[in-house]
Write a protein that binds this ligand. Structure first.
Ligand code: OAD
Length: 229
């Protein structure tokens, strides 16, 4: 089978990575949209760096590991029977740690920085600040997280669109269906006549658009579903 799988923050929740929209929808009193925009970075770079530095440090503190959902998708990716494009909105590296050979990070990666002067994207496991130096061009105060902010173009949309149009099944796992264009992939799939499945703990904004929805924690439901395939 030809599959496109889209994952969101919900797949990493059981690994201990906080989702974006907690119960109060806020981070330290800020709306996510207020710390994840180019305007916020221009206005208050320290606040934006702190938001991502805390997330990066947490990802690397040794307490976070891939869960059975990441592992089941990695097993699926390695099976010869199916063709899979794994797209994630997540900026963590848990799909890679689980062994997924190729992951399209449409919203970028926390463990990479990008230079606003020379454009180089380089591995990054440390805090970024205004005194950080670009490893490629040596300039100072020019690094930003390699993440896609609100108002910026997600990565790989052409590839994702092409893969969805020739897929047999589109699956969305642990995503609230609130952030476009990812939230619209299910409609792209339906327009192309592709079957659609949602796996989520709760009803999401997009639940009604899927042919089928399965409710429950990704760590349980995803391995069950992969075993059924
Ligand atoms: P959200 O935090 O908006 O939504 C997480 C979803 O996961 C919700 O629908 C939960 O019901 C579900 N969920 C939580 N725990 C789960 C579990 N154990 N098993 C299954 N589902 C679970 O996260 P995203 O939809 O990924 O963008 O957010 C989309 C984008 O908004 C992010 O990529 C980020 C953010 O702003 C950018 O930074 C550009």
């Amino acid at each position: 089978m030809n599959l496109v799988i889209l994952t969101g923050a919900g797949i990493s929740a059981e690994s201990g990575v906080p989702t974006f929209r907690g119960p109060d929808g806020l981070w330290e009193g800020h709306r996510v949209e207020d710390v994840a925009t180019p305007e916020a970075f221009e206005r208050d770079p320290l606040l934006v760096h702190t938001f991502y530095n805390l997330r990066r440090a947490k990802l690397l503190d040794g307490t976070i590991h891939p869960n059975p959902a990441h592992l089941a998708l990695a097993k699926l990716a390695r099976s010869k029977e199916h063709q899979l494009l794994l797209v994630t909105q997540n900026i963590d590296d848990l799909h890679e740690r689980a062994g997924s050979p190729e992951v399209l990070h449409m919203h970028g990666e926390l463990l990479k920085s990008r230079c606003t002067d020379c454009g180089a994207v380089t591995p990054c496991r440390e805090d970024i600040g205004r005194s950080s130096v670009c490893p490629a061009c040596g300039h100072i105060d020019c690094l930003r997280p390699h993440v896609v902010w609100f108002g910026e173009m997600p990565i790989g949309l052409d590839e994702i669109g092409a893969a969805i149009s020739r897929a047999d099944l589109f699956v969305a796992i642990g995503t609230s269906g609130l952030v476009y264009p990812a939230a619209g992939f299910v409609s792209w799939a339906r327009q192309a006549g592709v079957r659609t499945l949602e796996i989520n703990l709760e009803e999401s904004a997009g639940s009604g658009t899927f042919h089928e929805t399965r409710r429950g924690p990704a760590g349980e439901i995803v391995p069950q579903w992969v075993a059924e395939l």
